[in-house]
Ligand binder design. Structure first.
Ligand SMILES: N[C@@H](CCC(=O)N[C@@H](CS)C(=O)NCC(=O)O)C(=O)O
Length: 220
């Protein structure tokens, strides 16, 4: 495939939803081009093609896909070994957990933005309730469900990567009470498709964005 025919992923370096699609593209060994944009100053061409004004977008010839979970399912259906179960009930359950991972991403973002300790603690309580459900569901064979890397794994990996960076830099580890999630995190963060799914200076950029905000977490 020539570079001109490759799918183009319209991206932002810090976006966990973009990262999910990068992980899936890398896992499936699909050639692609990445185009970063500023979300503070969204280019006109982006606003013209992005119905929600959000990244990621995947441009395939004249078609524009949006919503990371939809992009990932398209990539899964068109390339290589399926990353979702074939049984409809199991597939629906995996999709539900992918949806759940989106809310976890949003809560993690809110946690990094909280200015006051009181707000931070409330958000952390909400996150804990949700993580307790996740802890009960995940398997203990290295991945979300069994021994194979699935779309649920690619969807949670961005949250887990950020939780590790936050733990290393602030001492606040949001998954410290959850042994299975910790093991899962260790396992996922060793995978090449996860390691290579962010820019080289991601940790610095991510922490800078948190220190710039100057919230409760930045003071820890
Ligand atoms: N549900 C969307 C969420 C994407 C999303 O929230 N992207 C953020 C960056 S991480 C964005 O583009 N925000 C720009 C805005 O809301 O103006 C998906 O899964 O793709």
């Amino acid at each position: 495939m020539s570079a001109l025919e490759q799918p183009i992923l319209v991206s932002h370096k810090l976006c966990p939803f973009v990262q999910r699609s990068v992980i899936t593209l890398l896992h499936k060994k699909i050639d692609f081009t990445i185009e970063y944009i500023s979300l503070e100053r969204k280019p006109d061409w982006f606003l013209e093609i992005s119905p929600l004004g959000k990244v990621p977008l995947l441009r395939i010839k004249d078609t524009v896909l949006f919503e990371s979970s939809v992009i990932n399912e398209y990539l899964d259906e068109t390339h290589g070994k399926p990353m979702l179960p074939t049984d409809p009930l199991e597939k629906a359950e995996h999709r539900a957990w992918i949806e759940f991972s989106s809310s976890i991403n949003n809560i993690q973002y809110q946690l990094t933005q909280a200015r006051r300790e009181e707000t931070f603690v409330k958000i952390e309580e909400d996150l804990n309730k949700k993580l307790a459900h996740l802890e009960k569901r995940i398997g203990n064979q290295g991945f979300f469900d069994g021994k194979d890397f699935s779309l649920v794994d690619s969807s949670f990996a961005p949250f887990l990567m950020r939780s590790k960076i936050l733990a290393d830099n602030t001492g606040v580890d949001t998954v410290s009470d959850y042994k299975k999630i910790q093991k899962w995190r260790e396992n996922l963060l060793l995978l090449p498709e996860v390691k290579k799914s962010v820019v080289k200076d991601f940790e610095d950029l991510y922490m800078e964005s948190i220190y710039e905000r100057g919230g409760y977490l930045a003071d820890q």
